[in-house]
Ligand binder design. Structure first.
Ligand code: ZN
Length: 386
């Protein structure tokens, strides 16, 4: 039997009371919007505790590379990027924003040009993360310090020109010089602005929101290891209903209790799962490149910079992110899937692309992707074993 649960059209998706009501009454099941249509596929479960699911393709807003390919390598070829996208389809991803981090203008421009010229609908645009971020160790994360700089409209315009207008999302720190006027300009131009890699004072977070910022990038990461207990910019962003938040749920970037608490504070409707994957994702442990820096993937799945101080992106895949989120929060899988599919699409003002058929194994806490159907309905078999 096909079961579809839809959100009543009158419900406010940001409503805290709707979220709480759902918590109290499991019979209400997951709350969906008209795009979501996550359904139990018609075939019976293959064994107890297993369910066939069909849902819109995942949309990953933050991908630095995948399957051995580094999008931040200025020599990256369109064929290599296509290889990475094909491997990502095996994990249920049908759309992504390749993410370019802080680097020289020349490197950024070469990578951006390559990405912009690839005719693949899976590439929904480019996420520019940096260089307008906090310079200090900690908030800067693995971004190279020499290329961090103040925000300036002319610098952004040069980058956007190199990217042939494909920059759709910019992550910046609101406290850097020039950030607030740049946010205003970007939002007017239809570009989404996210707060990240920041050491902002709470008032600077509020200023960024007033200027039009609408997302927190990987909240709880890209910040100092020690903060004033309160107030601080994490509380300020958690409390801001104007901000969606992205989270890296690989079990390394955030502890399970932090994931659960952040999703409860933001609500499921304001949470977006991202992988922040680098070339090491989908690969065995070893040494990989990220924008000219060597990063190491260890056997436990952590990707670190050469010194080992900072996490340098992740080896996370989106199917794992969904499974981890179910495990860490106790939410039903059908309520977690929109955080990886419809909600990032809606945030970018787009429709989800393609469909995914998968099996949810409750006992193993595992989402197995069976088929990914892309936007043209061409069936792509799951690339098991890549
Ligand atoms: Zn980051």
């Amino acid at each position: 039997m096909k079961r579809r649960v839809r959100r009543p059209s009158s419900a406010n998706k940001y409503s805290r009371s709707a979220f709480d009501k759902r918590r109290r009454d499991p019979k209400l099941g997951p709350v969906m919007n008209e795009h979501t249509a996550i359904s139990a596929a018609g075939t019976p479960a293959s064994s107890p505790g297993r369910a066939r699911l069909e849902f819109p393709g995942f949309f990953d807003l933050q991908v630095n590379g995948f399957a051995g390919v580094d999008f931040n390598n200025p020599l990256v070829s369109s064929e290599q990027v296509q290889h990475a996208i094909a491997a990502m389809r095996g994990t249920g991803v049908t759309r992504l924003l390749p993410t370019l981090i802080t680097s020289t203008f020349e490197n950024f421009a070469r990578c951006a040009r390559t990405l912009a010229r690839i005719q693949d609908p899976a590439i929904a645009g480019i996420h520019m993360e940096g260089p307008y971020i906090a310079e200090a160790d900690g908030p800067r994360g693995a971004h190279p310090r020499p290329h961090v700089r103040a925000a300036a409209l002319d610098d952004f315009q040069r980058r956007q020109e190199a990217a042939e207008g494909r920059i759709m999302l910019v992550t910046l720190a609101p406290e850097v010089d020039g950030a607030i006027p740049l946010i205003e300009h970007l939002v007017t131009a239809g570009i989404r602005v996210a707060i990240g890699h920041t050491a902002a004072a709470p008032q600077q977070i509020r200023d960024a929101i007033r200027a039009g910022a609408t997302l927190s990038t990987h909240l709880g990461n890209g910040c100092a290891g020690v903060l004033p207990r309160h107030p601080n910019f994490i509380w300020e962003q958690l409390a801001a209903d104007e901000l969606m938040t992205s989270l890296i749920v690989d079990g390394h970037h955030l502890p399970p209790a932090t994931v659960k608490t952040m999703i409860r504070a933001k609500t499921t409707a304001r949470t977006i799962l991202v992988t922040d994957a680098v070339a090491a994702a989908g690969q065995p442990p070893g040494v990989y490149e990220m924008g000219g820096t060597k990063v190491t993937l260890s056997a436990d799945g952590q990707v670190r910079d050469p010194v080992g101080w900072w996490l340098a992106g992740s080896a996370l895949t989106m199917d794992q992110a969904v499974a981890n989120t179910v495990k860490f929060t106790g939410l039903p899988v059908a309520e977690v899937l929109p955080m990886a599919s419809t909600q990032p699409a809606e945030y970018m003002g787009m429709k989800p692309s393609g469909r995914v058929i998968a099996e949810w194994d409750a006992a193993a806490g595992c989402l197995r992707i069976i088929q990914t159907l892309d936007g043209s309905n061409e069936v792509k078999e799951s690339l098991a074993g890549w």
